[in-house]
Design a protein around this ligand. Structure first.
Ligand SMILES: *Cc1c(COP(=O)(O)O)cnc(C)c1O
Length: 323
């Protein structure tokens, strides 16, 4: 059995992220102010996010956005990540298809989340922010951000969905090892948390509630910003290092994908692997199919009604179009 590894070198780590927004023939609907119902501007997000990611969130003109050297320095710890031909799976499926997977689990925290945690922490540090907050469900994003916060010398508070806080104590320990404060959500430390505990004393938490708590803490703490691990444009942007590397590795394999598949929770790993390949569809050179695999238990793309809603429980976030 041949075992080619499609090995990339450090110099092959991308120097710029691919900004799909610049090339989308139909732009996504804008974020709206809950008060005026008018489209937001980058400045409107400055109180919440670092200024640089606020600008990235709205950037629909620059096709390439340079990756800062400090971020590439960190990417070097585990990037480029391997592309692996899944020969065992091909055999098990008895398929003539060639199946490859991009293995993002080799990062120090075991997921792709670090690709965005590092730039988000870096941009906060660069503008003089001292404290950051976030929420985490199973703990992957919280773990990634804890490492990034430690590296750049930021204090981090993570609201972890209560049920996961108890079910996954080792993820909690990873975050604490990197110096983060981990709070089971809902908690008594915020207005949003106190309200939901008062109304539903046994509530085991949700990402929506944990987001409210993290946003509330960021908004009420001086020199503190909020960070998000998926969903938004700037997170998808940072994750494009995955697809940009995969593109080079497929070239080494002498192949180009007919289909690109990603699992879809908030959309960040799917965006990361697919947007760079999509750009060849935009230019008309290719007609690759893209498949997002969503959980049946919480579908984000195929069920429900597409409408504006808050990204959290308490209604602190901008209005975002979603199913
Ligand atoms: C966070 C996470 C997901 C889901 O989030 P996306 O933003 O859709 O990528 C899926 N897999 C792993 C390993 C994760 O850490």
């Amino acid at each position: 059995m041949e075992s080619k590894k499609f090995i990339l070198q450090e110099k092959d780590i991308p120097t710029a992220w691919y900004n799909v927004m610049a090339e989308m023939p139909v732009k996504p609907r804008p974020l709206l102010s809950p008060v005026t119902k008018k489209p937001l501007t980058p400045e409107d997000l400055y109180p919440l996010f670092s200024e640089e990611v606020s600008r990235q969130e709205f950037n629909d003109t620059d096709k390439w956005i340079e990756i800062p050297e400090e971020v590439r320095d960190m990417y070097r710890i585990w990037r480029p990540t391997p592309l692996v031909r899944a020969r065992g799976l091909e055999k098990a499926l008895d398929t003539p298809a060639h199946i490859y997977f991009k293995n993002e689990s080799v990062s120090p925290v075991g997921s792709h989340k670090l690709n965005s945690a590092i730039p988000q922490a870096y941009y906060c540090k660069k503008q003089g922010v001292t404290n950051i907050t976030t929420e985490t469900g199973a703990g992957q994003w919280g773990a990634a951000l804890s490492l990034a916060a430690k590296h750049f010398g930021l204090e981090l508070a993570v609201y972890m969905v209560k049920v996961s806080y108890h079910q996954k104590p080792y993820r909690r320990s990873i975050m604490q090892t990197y110096g983060a404060e981990v709070i089971a959500s809902p908690s008594m430390s915020t207005k949003a948390g106190r309200k939901i505990i008062t109304d539903h004393p046994n509530y085991q938490g949700s990402l929506g509630t944990a987001i409210s708590e993290a946003v509330e803490l960021a908004m009420s703490t001086p020199n503190c910003k909020y960070t998000l691990g998926s969903v938004l444009n700037h997170v998808a942007l940072h994750q494009t290092v995955i697809g940009l590397e995969a593109e080079k590795q497929m070239e080494m394999a002498g192949e180009y994908p007919d289909i690109v598949i990603g699992c879809f929770g908030g959309g960040s790993n799917f965006s990361g692997i697919s947007f760079p390949f999509m750009r060849h569809n935009f230019s008309g050179e290719r007609s690759t199919r893209f498949i997002a695999a969503e959980p049946a238990s919480c579908p984000k793309l195929t069920r429900g009604v597409l409408q504006y809603d808050f990204g959290d429980e308490a209604g602190y976030t901008p209005l975002i179009p979603m199913y």
